[in-house]
Each structure stands twice: as C-alpha cells, then as structure tokens.
Write a protein that binds this ligand. Structure first.
Ligand code: FES
Length: 108
C-alpha cells in the first residue's frame, strides 16, 4: 500500500450506559467504522484512504465524531447514511461536507 492521501479517524470509544459524557460507541460508531471500511474497498479508495478506529476525539457530545487528516476536517453526528456523501465528496474530490461540520465548541 502506498502512503495514504488521507486518514479517516472514527471514534469508537465506549463508556458505560448512563455516563454523563455519553460516547460515540453507544451511538453505533463501531458499526459506522466497519461500514466505512467496506465502502472504501467497494469504491476502490482503500489504497488512497486509510480508516482508523480511535479512542475519544474530545467531542463526545457531538458524536459520532470523525476526523479527516491531513485536512484537519472534523465532522459531527456522522451516521451510516452520511458515508456515501463523505466518500463521494470529501474522500474522492476533496470537498468538505458542510452540513456535517463539527461546531466550534471547546475541546472536552
Ligand atoms: S467518545 Fe467519541 S469523541 Fe469522545
């Protein structure tokens, strides 16, 4: 595999039920990550884009949190149905998906 053009970080951190911070894990981030990996392969992007599951990305209230590097682009409340657009626009064309933009909130 050549050096990837982009890296997509998906927070899969999970906290116990009822934890005040909540977590991306309780919102289904592991399934989202698995779906993204499969989609990258289906779309032939897996040689250019590396997907990585990560621990907390410090925006728990906005999960599922996803970051695309080296673009320093952060996405909030990403759902499985958003992945097609994320792949088609950002990962294939380099266009930011504005509707998923992470709000400018303090880092937790
Ligand atoms: S648990 Fe996902 S950003 Fe903190």
């Amino acid at each position: 595999m050549p050096v990837p053009e982009r890296q997509v970080l998906v927070c899969v951190n999970a906290r116990p039920a009822g934890h005040p911070k909540g977590s991306c894990g309780e919102k289904g981030s592991k399934e989202l990550y698995d779906k993204l990996k499969a989609m990258l392969r289906e779309r032939g992007l897996h040689d250019r884009v590396m997907a990585q599951s990560t621990s907390c990305l410090k925006h728990c209230s906005q999960g599922i949190a996803v970051a695309v590097q080296p673009d320093n682009q952060w996405y909030a409340a990403v759902k499985p149905e958003d992945l097609e657009e994320l792949c088609a626009r950002h990962l294939e064309k380099g266009e930011r998906v504005d509707r998923l933009q992470m709000p400018d909130i303090p880092w937790e």
